[in-house]
Design a binder for this molecule. Structure first.
Ligand code: SOE
Length: 393
């Protein structure tokens, strides 16, 4: 019996995260049709470096190729909406980096278009795919911790600590009006809503910009590049309007309260996402820099530390562990697991089935949260977060 060919992927953008998409696709055996970069020359160079067969001269040329069936968008945030819309219009499935769009008006439109398209559209909140994050979700759902009381934690980085640190994310035209909150805060918010199974209904936010004026290198800088002194091209003063950090209070559906500190200026915290969920029966805590253990807090018995070992996990979490216990899995594995779920779904072909990956609706939900956070930071008051209207995109 002949099998239908596997869907072929297109990678758009090869900065920090595009190569991570490529690595995950290769690990899953998904064929990559080619890549698109900001210009034909860069595309040809990157294709050579990454061992990709084809460099398309433009995004339009790639979308016109019937060999491409899934578009991976790893481009600056401002391009997500126009590029995702063009991909859907060309009949391609989409995996878009987060945040889904630069504004909630754009993400609302994308979610609507995705729903109407009959295609499959995902937003890469890959961190949900850590086995022990899934384990936390399963344990909350089966009642292990009782009623969630408190959800608290932080997402801290230090790669924008110095006033000479620069990246496109600092430019509202490329990154959007919000920065630390949209870039990493939404990962945390998505993760805890997913882990608790509870929507965030209201927020109170205090945003801070530690460097209102930075010294910007003349020329582009990749994400996570350390300053290491002035570049040969020189530095120019540049005003910054987006937040370096935020302190946030949360109210979850069902009554749980929460708090979150987001920062891209916390020395020594390279990429530290931590959360704790305290329930009426027990607590759980997880840290992305030690992702293969889940702390379990108990009142009348010794506390526990659950190591990632598929033989000890719930079936849903065990399925996300590619290796046996003691074999460390991390960030890159979450992307592979997320794409595995996405491509399994695309290949199964029943698009009315529930989707086990974050959809454009989930991406839009994060944009509505960002709006509420921004409004609260301006008004100094609690702001309600509206639910996503419609269905599952
Ligand atoms: C930069 O802050 C960044 O690369 C984010 O854009 C990613 O989503 C996060 O995983 C790591 O940090």
């Amino acid at each position: 019996m002949s099998q239908s060919p596997r869907p072929r992927a297109l990678i758009v953008g090869t900065g920090f995260i595009g190569p991570a998409h490529l690595e995950a696709l290769r690990r899953l055996g998904v064929p990559v049709a080619g890549l698109v970069e900001r210009d034909a020359e860069t595309a040809a160079r990157k294709a050579r470096e990454l061992g990709i067969e084809r460099a398309y001269p433009s995004y339009e040329a790639a979308l016109a190729d019937p060999a491409v069936s899934v578009v991976h968008l790893a481009v600056p945030n401002a391009l997500h909406a126009p590029y995702a819309e063009a991909a859907l219009a060309a009949g391609k499935h989409v995996v878009c980096e987060k945040p889904l769009a630069a504004t909630s008006a754009e993400s609302e439109r994308l979610a609507r278009l995705a729903r109407a398209s009959g295609l499959v559209a995902a937003v890469n909140y890959n961190l949900r795919f850590y086995p022990l994050v899934r384990e936390a979700r399963e344990r909350v759902a089966r009642g292990d911790i009782g009623a969630p009381f408190l959800v608290h934690g932080a997402y801290l980085q230090d790669w924008l600590l110095l006033d000479t640190d620069w990246n496109w994310r600092l430019e509202p035209a490329a990154g959007g009006e919000l920065r630390a909150v949209a870039d990493i805060g939404t990962h945390w918010l998505d993760m805890v809503a997913y882990a608790t199974g509870r929507r965030i209904e209201a927020v109170f936010a205090d945003f801070a910009t530690m460097h209102p004026v930075r010294r910007r290198p003349v020329g582009p800088v990749e994400t996570f590049t350390a300053a290491g002194g002035a570049p040969a091209s020189g530095l120019a003063p540049a005003p910054v309007t987006s937040e370096d950090a935020a302190v946030i209070l949360l109210r979850f559906e069902g009554g749980a309260r929460g708090s979150l500190v987001v920062s891209q200026v916390s020395a020594g915290r390279k990429n530290s996402l931590r959360f704790e969920i305290d329930g009426s029966a027990s607590s759980m805590a997880w840290d992305s820099e030690e992702p293969n253990s889940l702390w379990i807090g108990r009142r009348n018995e010794p506390n526990g530390l659950l190591m990632k070992d598929p033989s000890l996990l719930t079936p849903a979490a065990a399925r996300l562990s590619a290796y046996p216990g003691g074999h460390q899995e991390g960030y890159a594995d979450t992307i592979a697991r997320m794409f595995a779920e996405f491509y399994r779904y695309v290949e199964a072909g029943d698009f009315s089935a529930p989707r086990g990956f974050p959809t454009f609706d989930d991406g839009h939900a994060e944009m509505l949260l960002c709006d509420a956070l921004l409004e609260s930071s301006k008004s100094g008051a609690w702001v309600a977060v509206p639910p996503v209207k419609g269905g599952k995109a």
